[in-house]
Design a protein around this ligand. Structure first.
Ligand SMILES: Nc1ncnc2c1ncn2[C@@H]1O[C@H](COP(=O)(O)OP(=O)(O)O)[C@@H](O)[C@H]1O
Ligand SMILES: [Mg+2]
Length: 289
């Protein structure tokens, strides 16, 4: 026979356990909200030295917000590529911490981390002996997607980056530079990563093709809302694509500014960039006079 006291005890126990579960859920939701509210990528006092002791990056503090295009602008050798490679752990910091989606990148499984981060680099990125489709399907195939699904995704991505589906069976050397870079972007997007790292992806293209790819990339980003870190040494490109511009010089972050603020900044280096950029425009305009 079950006594009233027993029933009450069981009922109370159940109520408490439900309360605990509810509390756990609330805590989890709060933690998740915290993880999604903070920056998508964060550098906390990151320093990177070469094995010979040469300092390449000094005390870098920088947050990349979800869905923005953060441009790293700086001259050659200023540390832009190093900064990108620290995000997907192609390099490890000498000191400091990089956090991706609220977690220390160093604590994550590196393969899982890289699956969530697309990487686009100049030219050399594609495997020359793979077809376009196989290049695009690289990450999905490592992830064990069935062939049919890879094919469907590759077709969809080709269309997304403005390429004819018939190019799927070509090899990289049978494409123009602009087409190759589009394939590079498609490949980086294949497994739908939230983060895209782009290292001077349009740098080697002729001005008209570059202009076209920049425009298309912006319209793609309006639909996809990726978190993008975009490296360039070209102020024009930085102003056009960037939500914010992080200006680097000799391994340090000089300033982070919106494009509009960059143009009217009193920072000597930012102003020097604007002058150099402006004088290019002036001389072009004066030539016709
Ligand atoms: N593996 C390496 N060996 C020697 N020097 C390197 C190496 N990697 C980077 N550096 C040096 O570190 C500095 C920053 O390089 P990098 O991040 O590639 O600059 P950026 O991409 O802005 O041109 C440069 O002075 C470069 O010469
Ligand atoms: Mg570089």
């Amino acid at each position: 026979m079950t006594s009233y006291a027993q029933v009450k005890r069981v009922a109370l126990g159940q109520a408490r356990s439900m309360q605990r579960s509810a509390l756990n859920l609330i805590c989890l939701a709060t933690m998740e909200r915290d993880a999604t509210n903070g920056p998508a990528i964060e550098f906390r006092d990151v320093t990177y030295d070469l094995p010979n002791g040469q300092r390449v990056l000094a005390s870098l503090n920088l947050g990349v917000q979800r869905g923005e295009i953060l441009v790293l602008l700086g001259r050659s050798g200023s540390g832009k590529t190093t900064t990108l490679k620290l995000i997907n752990r192609l390099l490890s910091p000498t000191s400091g911490e990089i956090r991706v989606e609220g977690k220390a990148a160093s604590a994550e499984d590196v393969v899982r981390l890289r699956r969530r981060i697309g990487y686009v680099i100049q030219e050399i990125g594609l495997f020359p002996h793979y077809t376009v489709e196989r290049n695009i399907g690289l990450v999905p195939s490592i992830e064990g997607w069935p062939q049919e699904k890879i094919h469907t995704r590759a077709t969809e991505l080709l269309q997304m980056v403005g390429l004819d589906a018939q190019l799927a069976l070509r090899y990289p050397h049978q494409l123009s530079g602009g087409q190759r870079q589009r394939v590079g972007v498609a490949r980086a997007l294949a497994a739908d990563p939230q983060i895209l790292l782009m290292d001077e992806p349009f740098g080697a293209l002729d001005p008209l093709t570059r202009d076209e790819l920049q425009r298309e990339f912006l319209s793609l980003q309006r639909r996809l809302h990726k978190t993008v870190v975009f490296v360039t040494h070209d102020l024009n490109e930085a102003l056009r694509l960037g939500s914010r511009i992080a200006l680097m010089e000799a391994g340090t972050l000089v300033t982070v500014l919106s494009p509009a603020d960059f143009l009217r900044s009193n920072n000597p280096l930012a102003a020097a960039y604007v002058r150099a950029f402006g004088s290019g425009l002036d001389s072009a305009a004066n030539r016709g006079a």
